[in-house]
Design a protein around this ligand. Structure first.
Ligand SMILES: *Cc1c(COP(=O)(O)O)cnc(C)c1O
Length: 355
């Protein structure tokens, strides 16, 4: 799984997909909030979702669309929706699919914002949750059997740096017909969950994808919906109308219609432009950062003062060393943690520059 990542392929894909039809090498920034229609019929078609033209920038914009198509290709998805931030992507996905009375299974530790989204905000709107360790399969299967609607997991836990066996967890979610959302912020290119059978991938593009810290952004990427899809399970009855009407593109439509349109966590054209500029160097940076983080972990690990430990799965004593070698053979992104043994001493370092 993910063993032989062709970084040269991604270098080419991410650079060459930018640009536009008239030959400009840089992507076009279209800041327009609203768009003209040729006639009333065309406008009606756009409103109904039958004509693929921009309607109003809250639900789509040509610059965002360019970014969406590049990231959908990168993740092996059918389509994507760019959002105002990583939290925007997570809010969109959770509010589009869940409602009062539903439950989220949260596997592993979460980024702080995601933790408060599920544990405070979604809870306030009647969505409950349970948390478990990445390898607590008894709990995972128990909650899946009970008929929950969504599982959320990060490809690499921050700051625990626990590595999940993603394929096993994805397979379980498919067995019990449950939507699995994977936050892949730490491992773009390195892990491609949609190609492993996951439903939705989210990123904070603010981090690795941009790499330059000049644009807050997020993106959700979706798989194609099949004719006999698990979304047709009765527990998702409230979405069946959209699934039947929109077919393959149903997950994109569900998020646009049930979250984006009403809540407006939309990306802006300039931010998406900046994200695309960052994407052009993503494959180069990912390869470099992964080598650097292993080197830094190793250097720190051999020079540690008493009471301080360094946590990175590339270190032999790490409990996830074997998974790192087998499932994350090209690295697991820029994070490493240093435990200084006090409450305020747990530091999470992100090596985002090109060391
Ligand atoms: C930063 C981050 C987010 C939130 O993204 P923002 O762009 O800051 O809203 C979500 N998940 C992970 C893993 C992150 O690191």
């Amino acid at each position: 799984m993910n063993k032989n990542i062709d970084f040269d392929y991604f270098n080419t894909l991410l650079v060459q997909s930018v640009g536009n039809r008239v030959g400009a090498i840089a992507p076009t920034i279209t800041p327009s909030a609203s768009f003209g229609y040729e006639d009333a019929q065309q406008a009606e078609g756009i409103f109904a979702g039958d004509v693929n033209l921009p309607l109003y920038a809250r639900v789509g914009n040509p610059t965002n669309a360019k970014l969406e198509s590049i990231v959908a290709d990168m993740e092996g998805g059918l389509g994507a929706i760019a959002t105002s931030s990583g939290m925007g992507a997570l809010s969109m996905v959770t509010t589009a699919i869940l409602g009062s009375g539903d439950e989220i299974l949260c596997i592993g530790g979460f980024f702080g914002g995601t933790y408060s989204l599920v544990n405070e905000t979604m809870k306030r709107f009647g969505v409950s949750n349970s948390f478990c360790d990445v390898d607590d399969y008894a709990h995972i299967e128990d909650r899946l059997k009970s008929g929950i609607k969504m599982v959320i997991i990060e490809s690499v836990g921050n700051p625990s740096l626990r590595l999940p066996k993603l394929q096993e967890i994805i397979d379980l979610c498919n067995k019990y017909e449950t939507i699995i959302v994977i936050d892949n912020t730490a491992t773009p290119i390195l892990i491609r969950p949609l190609t492993m059978g996951a439903d939705i991938v989210v990123h904070s593009s603010t981090k690795n994808m941009s790499g330059h810290s000049s644009a807050l952004g997020g993106i959700a990427v979706f798989r194609a919906v099949q004719e006999d899809d698990k979304l047709l399970n009765p527990k998702y009855a409230d979405m069946h109308k959209i699934v039947k009407k929109m077919g393959k593109k149903a997950l994109v439509a569900i998020c646009k219609k049930r979250a984006m349109r009403d809540m407006g966590m939309s990306a802006n054209a300039f931010g998406s432009f900046m994200t695309m500029i960052g994407l052009e160097t993503l494959a180069l940076r990912v390869e470099r950062v992964n080598k650097s983080v292993e080197m830094v972990a190793d250097i720190l690990d051999t020079n540690l003062p008493d009471g301080v430990t360094i946590n990175h799965p590339s270190l032999k004593e790490n409990p996830d060393y074997e998974i790192y070698k087998s499932d994350f053979a090209n690295g697991c992104g820029p994070l490493l943690t240093i435990d200084c043994g006090t409450k305020i001493g747990l530091l999470s370092y992100s090596i985002v520059s090109n060391w």
